[in-house]
Each structure stands twice: as C-alpha cells, then as structure tokens.
Design a protein around this ligand. Structure first.
Ligand SMILES: [Zn+2]
Ligand SMILES: [Zn+2]
Length: 247
C-alpha cells in the first residue's frame, strides 16, 4: 500500500486510541450484548414492541380498530382517576430487557435513545403541547441511594434535552412503598396514598410526569393528584413501557 493511500486512510479511520479502547471494550448493544452497536443495536430497536394507535384517550392502552379511532376504554369510563397517560411500548420482550438493563444493571447510556423515543411520543401524540416542566416519578431516597440513580429521572432529562424543557425533581417520595407487583388496582392506590410530596411551587404550571414502567397507573395518578392539589394547571403522564395483561 502506498504511503499516500495509507495517509488518506489514517485521516478517515478513527484515532488509534479509540480503536484500542474498542478492542478492549468493544461497543456493545446494552440490551442484547451484540458487538458493534452502542448503546442499542438496530435489531433491538426494531424489536421494541411499540404501542400503536388507536389507544384509549385516557389510559393509553392499545385498542382494536382503525388508527384514527378516538375512544375511551370501558374501565376508564368508570374510573374517577382520569389521568391521561401514554407509553412508548409494551413492557415485554426487548423493551422489558432494555428497562431491566437500565434500571437493574445501570446501563445508563440506554436513557439516551429511550428518552428520545419518549420525546417522539410526546411530539406525535401531543397530550400536552409545550409543557413547562418534566417531572420524574421519584424513588424513595433510600432506594435511590442504593441504586445510585433514578431511572425515571435519567429518562426525563433525556426527554427534556429533545423537547428543550427542563426536568426537575419537583416531587419527593416520603414513604417507601412495598413492592406493588402482587397488588390489584385498588390495593395499589391505597399503597401509594400519601407517598409523595411536592417540593417546589407548581401553581399554574403544565407538567408531564415521566416514569419507566406504568402498570395500573396508580403511582402516576397519585403523583398527579398531589401536583394538582398544589395548583398545577395540567398534568399528564408518560412511561417508557406499559404492562398489559396478556391476551
Ligand atoms: Zn441489541
Ligand atoms: Zn383507558
């Protein structure tokens, strides 16, 4: 190979130290571990089980029917809590793995593309145009200290970067609630009652609550209730993943 060609190639190729780091720690998909893509490979990205329209106008659960359908699902018509929620995808498959990698294995780089997905969701389904603040659902301080971060806050910050909207720790969790996985909707609602307080003024503000996973929506509903009690003008919720009953 001629010197000139070699030189031209060196200009195109990445610096030697990037190559060396790649050799020692090859960039890998933080979900499936495949080498060559970081933080998420195209395969995983395409495999995320997205929630497509039509969805319930209130709870955001997918419905059957034409895309343009505007509908409120039967359980929501009976509910007193009518917080509007949207989720990017179903809490299953690759998206569940991605949430676990972010939350339990500290793969924080995933917050970038996942936060962007949430931002796109807000733009394409403009629940709340031009919110004033993004509000992550807080962890109890003890749990946050154990984990070292709050995944909802990592996501909210990324959403904020794309929407040019600040993400702030407006809420605090003052009571650590037992795990909710075994509880039904009523029990969950009782379980989170009084768990959150508002730490700064929100009067007149339009807020988007951000969480990683929504199951029955009782945590988001309780957060929204304390924000509304503190005078927030409008509150909606977004989550990366929504746990849906298998059908
Ligand atoms: Zn992957
Ligand atoms: Zn609904």
């Amino acid at each position: 190979m001629g010197g000139a060609v070699r030189e031209a190639l060196a200009g195109i190729l990445r610096p030697w130290w990037v190559a060396a780091v790649d050799l020692l720690f090859p960039p890998r998909c933080q979900v499936c571990g495949r080498a060559g893509a970081f933080p998420v490979c195209e395969g995983c990205w395409l495999d995320f089980p997205r929630i497509e329209r039509p969805v319930c106008q209130v709870c955001g659960r997918p419905l059957r029917g034409p895309r343009e359908l505007v509908f409120v699902c039967v359980p929501c018509r009976r509910r007193r809590n009518r917080l509007r929620v949207r989720a990017f995808g179903r809490y299953e498959g690759r998206l569940r793995e991605a949430v676990h990698a972010l939350k339990y294995r500290g793969r924080l780089a995933l917050a970038g593309p996942l936060g962007r997905a949430l931002a796109e969701l807000l733009v394409t389904d403009p629940l709340l145009k031009t919110p004033d603040l993004l509000v992550p659902v807080p962890l109890h301080p003890r749990r946050e200290a154990q984990r070292g971060f709050n995944q909802a806050e990592e996501l909210a910050r990324e959403v904020g970067r794309y929407l040019n909207t600040p993400a702030r720790r407006v809420l605090a969790r003052v009571r650590d609630t037992p795990s909710q996985t075994e509880l039904d909707e009523d029990e969950r609602r009782r379980n989170v009652r009084g768990a959150f307080v508002v730490r700064e003024p929100v009067r007149g503000l339009r807020l988007v609550l951000v969480d990683d996973v929504v199951t029955t929506g009782s945590t988001l509903a309780e957060c929204a209730a304390v924000l509304q009690a503190a005078g927030a003008a409008e509150v909606v919720g977004v989550a990366l993943a929504m746990a849906l009953p298998q059908d």
